[in-house]
Write a protein that binds this ligand. Structure first.
Ligand SMILES: [Zn+2]
Length: 85
């Protein structure tokens, strides 16, 4: 007899909710599932770190830091180049 596998989020699902996760807009249960996924999935964990950085950068941009406006396009390109599982 096999045990049912634990409920697992696909990377695609995690990417979809990552902004809600950062906004703490997920239910406690979903928040826990996403956190669990980050622990076992380095690519998504890296993606989360990039998202956080992107949010910090855009906050800095809104604050009028002109130097960062040259950094942001490179960051966007890095997102586009990312290959998700
Ligand atoms: Zn993942």
């Amino acid at each position: 007899m096999k045990l049912a596998p634990p409920p697992e989020l696909a990377c695609r699902d995690v990417v979809e909710v990552v902004s809600d996760y950062l906004d703490h807009a997920l239910s406690a249960e979903n928040q826990a599932h996403v956190e669990q996924h980050f622990l076992v999935c380095p690519p998504c964990s890296a993606y989360l770190a990039q998202m956080k950085r992107s949010i910090e950068l855009s906050a800095a941009l809104r604050a009028g830091a002109s130097e960062l406006s040259e950094v942001a396009p490179g960051l966007l390109q890095a997102f586009r180049d990312r290959k998700l599982r």
